[in-house]
Design a protein around this ligand. Sequence first.
Ligand code: F6R
Length: 608
Amino acid sequence: MCGILGYTGHRESAEILLNGLEKLEYRGYDSAGLAVNDGENINVIKNKGRIKSLREKINNNLPGTCGIGHTRWATHGEPSDTNAHPLWSDDKSVVAVHNGIVENYKELKSFLGENGYKFYSQTDTEAAVKLLDYFYKRTKSPLNAITEAIKKIEGSYCFVILFKDFPDEVWGVRKDLPLIAGQGKDESFLASDVSAILQDTRQVYYLDNFEIVRLKKNDVRFFDETGHAKYKKLSTVTWDSQAAERGGFEHFMMKEIHEQARAVKDTFRSVFKNGEFDLSECNLDDESIRKISQIYVIACGSAYHAGYAAQYILEDLTGIPVRIELASEFRYRKMPLDKSALAIIISQSGETADTLAAMRLAKNHGIKTLAIVNVVGSTIAREADSVFYTLAGPEIAVATTKAYSSQLIACYILAVQFARAKNMIDEAKYKYFIDEIQKLPGKIDEILDEKERIRELAEKFVDSQNAFYLGRNIDYAVAMEGSLKMKEISYVHSEAIAAGEMKHGPISLIERGMLVTGIMTQKNLLPKIASNMLEAKSRGAFLLCIMMRGSEVLKDEADFVFQIPETEELFAATLAVIPLQLLGYYVAVARKLDVDKPRNLAKSVTVE
Ligand code: F6R
């Protein structure tokens, strides 16, 4: 998500760190900062906004050859100068930058508060920095401070740390987020992304979870989580710098498709505390949930498709009536609105003009609004009554993948928690749903292991003009998203059809060889969709069936079957969409199109 750098060597560090951070700009960020040890003190300069303005603020006035840098993408606390990294202990003897989420920051803060610590930022990171300081003050050893602190920190993290008393050293540790150490001549580096240091060195070490690293200019040393020294093998990076930015993938879209398991896991973990969901930060306690008489889900594009799936799940689990509304329609409708409704507004960017206008309309009618948003501090996030942040991280490709998947997870969590609050499910069922959601990231990765099969299939359809995606219920919502992925990046005309509607018109478009994809995860509807698919087959269509493992329906009649791992049917959209994202992607690649920046599209639609 955020970008991290560390440097110690023979050159002035500020310039090297600024240049490295510029290499990470493509990832998206809202603030940036540096800390440099001048031999006596650690000086920090940081700001909300661009690296360019940070460079101006520093104005060659941050001397020292050992430092750390950061670009922040806000998760806890608004983008601001104060919340920007690096963050420091009270006496600035420990200064650190952080990627990830300290899940138990509230507990850590209260533990540290009891020990006299005060907090100046809204970040989760500050708790970790002060915890490092707490142990450092007691052990006088950076290594011991880190090993003790990571015993207490829960969540995902990559920390890069300066200790004032060790002016030529940079320390790092990671869990679940990348950290790479680089060795140059008389200098060494740390980075969250190899592209940031490639101009200086290609000799790198990839840290594993819980590994600790100490950089000196001629010495890069590793330790395990108990503080024992560890040998690591040096690797040579062969990618060019552009490929490195994309993590070695050909396009950001493919990189982001692969980040979905992580995005889903982070979004889940952000509200999962002590075996249950805690929606207190969304101002949703059980009593307020029980008062909701109606839900309006409002969004555009893929976010609307996530909401479309959510409508079925929310209704099924909670019994609350749900309306899914396109923001651009909702804002001009003159429908009677229920004042005790909850409006769930879904938006990756938090800036989509129609979605914002629709949310304002709901608020003007006195309806409580809950925004599911990816970008912290965005307009929708600021204006909504409460926010459930998805933790997809910055999305670069115009076609959304990981943000969509994170939106689905947020919706599942709301549905399961609402169901429990309304006594619609017992504790065993609640735990079962939690368990099923937790298994999704592993299953996403299982599907991605089979991506070559989809690539081969896609190459057969490189010259396609038309495609249909059929589904019923949640599968119809997935069909909409699959169809959008195909049309927006491959420019193949495609339509999502609620399968029962086929014979009311669209069937006349079916021609020999046309790709018809059936999403077939909802058991009670399998015979229905199977017969719709067969109607297409008998008119010459090529049938691609996306179904759960173990399902036998249409196995003989389908031209291509892609099986997804078995899962709770209510959450099947998360898995069924992955082969469809891959299909759109590979058709676009085979057609040699600009996958990450499709024609006529913008990442954020801030005009009507
Ligand atoms: C499609 C896509 C768009 C967005 C839509 C809403 O891949 O990305 O359809 O989903 O423009 O954008 P947000 O979620 O930013 O409100």
